[in-house]
Design a protein around this ligand. Structure first.
Ligand code: URA
Ligand code: ZN
Length: 377
């Protein structure tokens, strides 16, 4: 009998009960409001129709496990969903981060384990108290806590850093500690980079902020990281970008050209911008095989752009696929009618299955093998 290849979901969220209680206690964004027809989650500015319905699927471990079972997902690396601790004071964020990291470790460690009798396993991404006025000591304490938690394999962060973005030099000691601890940083959007006026009439609902605003936010954040030389200073840092890196793969040659024509920036970086793209890990949450194939091509050509390289070989789609990892974005994008499987999951699995040029081994890697190596599971 062929050994079952594991399926690992690296992009799957929850609101831990402690965090959900915090949102329920609030009257300003982000908040959970109670209505006659149930609770609603209101986290985005100008959310249409009073936010989205929220139920146990956002908070309960059993629901996560049921979802995993329904979609044959063996391992989930669960992360707190946006907007994390962004709205708290430094003091509140410090204690909440430490408490939520302990909660998440317990959520994972007291769940089932991947053994002969049970086939689901939970791991997590912890949180840092990334808010303005936080001390470096506080951030390092949370990194240390996560590194010491057996089931926490990395941490999730938004794009604001301690208020000045992820290219802020104040974060250097944090990148240093994360790199030394071998933790993976999952960079995820929340704030969008354009204001609601740019989105036009309200009848477009959530579509524009989620489809464009989220990935563009990630695109800008990752580009700022590259431009600030973070990868030159911390070459072993492992960053995983949500939603396949947004528009960065598509814009990377344009970015390289703009850098070339700007002597101030060009002299600062050791390599061509496209080299740094090949250092990133991207989730495979892009819903189409053509997009995944393209992203694989872009990641797989990075060696050509290492300073001093004379290689002119074209992009290697397969090598690029090694840095791509399956995700679902559960419990967001629930099915609109009761259905056996979630469309958002089926589409992402179908996309992996149908990439031209990927062998079964490459697809198995994206579905799970790459995550097992990256997170040392
Ligand atoms: N909507 C969100 O607010 N967060 C996600 O991660 C996905 C959709
Ligand atoms: Zn997400």
């Amino acid at each position: 009998m062929a050994l079952k290849r594991l399926v690992v979901d690296v992009h799957t969220h929850l609101y831990l009960p402690r965090y959900a209680s915090l949102l329920r206690s609030r009257t300003t964004l982000p908040k959970i409001i109670s209505r006659e027809d149930g609770e609603r989650l209101v986290i985005l500015k100008d959310e249409p129709s009073g936010g989205r319905p929220i139920g146990p699927v956002y908070t309960e471990r059993n629901e996560k496990l049921e979802f995993m079972k329904k979609h044959d997902i063996d391992i989930s690396i669960v992360s707190t969903a946006n907007p994390w601790l962004d709205f708290l004071s430094a003091k509140e964020a410090h204690s909440m981060a430490l408490e939520l990291n302990d909660d998440l470790e317990e959520y994972c460690s007291t769940g089932p384990a991947l053994t002969g009798t049970s086939m689901r396993q939970l791991y997590g991404f912890g949180l840092l108290p990334l808010v303005p006025e936080i001390t470096t000591e506080s951030l390092l304490e949370a990194v240390k806590q996560i590194a010491a938690s057996a089931h926490l394999k990395g941490l999730i962060m938004g794009t604001l850093g301690v208020g000045k973005g992820l290219d802020d030099e104040a974060l250097d000691p944090v990148w240093d500690a994360i790199e030394a601890a071998g933790l993976v940083v999952f960079i995820h959007p929340h704030h969008s980079i354009v204001n609601s006026e740019t989105w036009g009439p309200k009848q477009n609902g959530h579509v524009l902020p989620l489809a464009l605003g989220f990935p563009f936010e990630t695109t800008v954040a990752a580009t700022r990281i590259i431009l600030s030389g973070v990868f030159d200073r911390f070459p072993s840092l492992r960053l995983l970008l949500a939603h396949s890196g947004g528009a960065l793969p598509q814009l990377s040659s344009r970015l390289a050209s703009c850098i070339d024509h700007d002597p101030v920036v060009a002299s600062r970086l050791k390599h061509d911008a496209r080299f740094y793209l090949g250092k990133l890990y991207l989730d495979a949450v892009s819903y189409g095989p053509e997009e995944l194939g393209f992203v694989g091509d872009v990641l797989g050509r990075s060696n050509r752009f290492e300073a001093g390289s004379s290689s002119t070989a074209s992009g290697d789609r397969v090598a690029g696929s090694k840095r791509m990892l399956f995700g679902t974005d559960h419990p967001f994008f629930p099915p609109l009618s009761s259905s056996e499987k979630w469309k958002s999951v089926v589409e992402n699995l179908d996309a992996i299955e149908n990439v031209k040029g990927w062998t079964e081994d490459d697809k198995d890697g994206v579905r799970g093998g790459n995550a097992i190596s990256l997170f040392n599971l």
